[in-house]
Design a protein around this ligand. Sequence first.
Ligand code: COI
Length: 356
Amino acid sequence: MHTISIDRVPVSNLQNIDLDNTPFGRVFTDHMFTADYINGEWTNLNIGPVVDFCIHPGNLTLHYAQSIFEGMKVSIADDGTPLLLRPDMHIDRLNRSAYRMCMPEVPASLFHEALTTLVGLEKDWIPSKAGSALYVRPFMFATDEFIGVAASETYKLVILTLPVGPYYDKPVNLKADTEHVRAAPGGVGDAKTAGNYAASIYPAKKAKEEGYDQVLWLDGKEFKYIQEVGTMNIFFVIGNTIVTPAFNGAILQGITRDSIIHILKDEGYTVEERQISIDEVVQAHKDGLLKEVFGTGTAAVVSPVKNIGYKGQDYPIDVDSFKIAPWAKDYIAKLRRGQIEDTRGWIVRVEELVAG
Ligand code: COI
């Protein structure tokens, strides 16, 4: 049991928010969790109002991006209980990212207590509309004031919560990028660290100027093997087989990706995690075998892909004929809401409501 002090806002901002119509990422709940890592331990555990941080200009994160994050979603069951999906996977991944970025581990018990206390406090902020949820953004960043490339000795851990609608509200148009590289094995592509996303902004901007929504990343050596989309992992339905790129150290170990693989396999589908080249996808398209393409992620959930652009040529896919992606999206939405049985023990009910 950790001691988390709680400072409540005098008046909630919830009354000013249309919960079912919040754009992704712009609206924050009243409270956040914060903790400081000082002298080798997590201290100052607090849930308080979402306020600005005061940061020294020499803050190490501002210069060298020693910063990691997670993304989770909380839904509300029909009986009003907040439900978390696989929070243990998120703390594991946060700690793997921390290890790679030379940052301290967060004890699972501390993470769980902070998360459930905060979610319990912000329960009324959980949207009930289909496709909406309370997004949870845990993150950790270096707080030393030091203009030198080294691991910080102090850190801040924060958990923000935001009511959100869908990240993509329409099918996605992807450009397979043959110029820029997201990550290579041995780099930090499988860590959920800020720099990976910063590096994706310029190529995504260029793709948008050409009419695409996002970049489909290829390997950095041959620009041949598919990795992921910057905001989600990627799946291809080729004939009767569902293929997703295997992890190789350069691909984010998506938790929704893992859930979808389990769900599809349990339903009897053949799912292969393996190396897949853009040439194979193009050939499957030419042969009429590319039945579906979809992305998976906490924010993106299951997002259909309507087109892939590669070397100046577009390869459109008829999203209206998709069967597997809409089924999987619906399954995971119902699982999150407790509307179908949780046979895998993935759902954690947040029963601990905060007193006082
Ligand atoms: C998530 O899916 O939670 C992410 O962190 C991706 C981000 C682009 C919103």
